[in-house]
Design a binder for this molecule. Structure first.
Ligand SMILES: *Cc1c(COP(=O)(O)O)cnc(C)c1O
Length: 399
């Protein structure tokens, strides 16, 4: 929760690089580094104080499921980076997604969700919402007007988008989502981070991040966050306290530290990702290279308009299908085989033989994943070393 305006907090007209350094400094700010409050509970000087804390939204001196000063620092930093009035942290990105969906929707409501989504988020809409009597319509988020056309006035309570989106880095028009009136509009901006795009500035109501990824940025925190108006975040807080998907103070501390270098890391990763994507596009052993920074990306112009850089994620197909995809993963020497994204290490995954192994070929195709599709999270290694590594692994895979 964002607390009262504070002289130690940065003003709105600073650049993101500066906000990342100045933000999230709670308390009297004499500690330069974020302070860890591991406590689960707090001593109340009087019964009146305890009653006030127990009933005030976002109280961070009562019990840590309600709020915690280390977590408040992280929430303030995200709110400032997103240009939001307030933010609420969760124990993971999925904690944030379910906190928003279950906090805002009831039985009988209708949701419009993008078809191209992070797999777990998609399961929330496909399998979980129906169990609670919530109808969901899936739309192709890249089709102009698709979200608005699926809204049922008086029944649709939530519109949920993700951009750039899993698994093929589709880019969704933030202005279009932001212009929808009536339902609460939500954008999962994990791949963008607050540095590359700010959905709220396009009129979107809530922005969600898996801070596990680029925001914390070092694979040492499992954390989610939602930012938006104080009114909406206050409402979500009421559900979050019952939901219990609470952010760990230790993870919030790591994430606040990660935020200090977020703009620098994202700039470097975006530059390396573009160079790697260009090298892949020029390599005949790689096909279907998808990166929003490439002119060949179907929404390249939209990405250039609404993002200040193109991010660290690339998808491409290894020519030769399933076996070639496996051989590629086993041949890389600098990139490492692990799920997740946004950290210092370049990671590669082969969905067809791991996360999506149970899908039939046609289901795989419907979710935009080919048998040889590789997903890359570009890290902070030197781009020349990465290009050399991918080039030798592609040669080994297609040999
Ligand atoms: C990872 C991820 C999530 C889920 O976040 P967790 O922290 O793993 O729970 C949601 N959306 C996107 C786009 C993600 O990449």
């Amino acid at each position: 929760m964002t607390t009262e305006p504070d002289a130690t907090q940065p003003s709105a007209d600073l650049h993101p690089d500066t906000v990342a350094i100045r933000s999230g400094r709670v308390g009297d700010a004499t500690s330069l580094a974020p302070v860890l409050w591991p406590t689960s509970t707090f001593v109340s000087p009087s019964v009146d104080d305890a009653r006030r804390y127990a009933t005030s939204v976002g109280a961070d001196r009562f019990y840590s499921r309600y709020g915690n000063p280390t977590v408040t620092g992280f929430e303030d930093a995200i709110a400032q980076l997103e240009g939001a009035e307030a933010a609420r942290a969760y124990g993971s990105g999925m904690g944030a997604v379910t906190g928003v969906v279950l906090g805002l929707c009831s039985a009988g409501d209708h949701i419009v969700a993008q078809r191209q989504l992070y797999a777990a988020t998609q399961l929330v809409f496909q399998a979980m919402c129906p169990r609670f009597g919530i109808d969901v319509t899936f739309v192709d988020g890249t089709e102009p007007g698709a979200f608005a056309a699926a809204v049922i006035p008086g029944k649709t309570t939530l519109v949920f988008a993700e951009t750039p989106a899993n698994p093929r880095l589709d880019v969704i028009d933030l202005d279009e989502v932001g212009a929808i009136a009536g339902p609460v509009t939500v954008v999962d901006s994990t791949f963008g981070t607050p540095v590359l795009q700010q959905p709220l500035k396009h009129g979107v109501d809530l922005v969600i991040h898996s801070a596990t990824k680029g925001i914390a940025g070092h694979n040492d925190a499992t954390l989610g966050v939602v930012a938006g108006s104080k009114e909406l975040i206050d409402w979500l807080w009421g559900f979050a306290v019952l939901q219990g998907a609470v952010a760990s103070p230790f993870d919030a501390l790591n994430a606040t530290r990660g935020i200090r270098t977020l703009p620098v890391r994202i700039a470097r990763q975006s530059a390396s990702a573009l160079a790697l994507a260009e090298a892949l596009e020029a390599n005949p052993a790689a096909a279907e290279v998808r990166y929003p920074g490439l002119a060949s990306h179907p929404q390249h112009e939209l990405a250039a308009r609404q993002m200040s850089g193109f991010g660290s994620l690339i998808a491409f197909d290894v020519a030769g299908g399933l076996d070639a995809g496996r051989r590629f993963i086993e041949s890389v020497q600098i990139a490492q085989h692990a799920t997740s994204l946004g950290g210092p290490e370049t990671l590669v995954t082969h969905p067809a033989s791991t996360t999506h192994v149970n899908l039939l070929p046609e289901e795989l195709a419907a979710s935009g994943i080919g048998p040889g599709t590789i997903r890359v999270s570009v890290g902070l290694e030197h781009q020349d070393d990465l290009i050399a590594d991918f080039t030798q692994a592609l040669a080994a895979a297609s040999a």
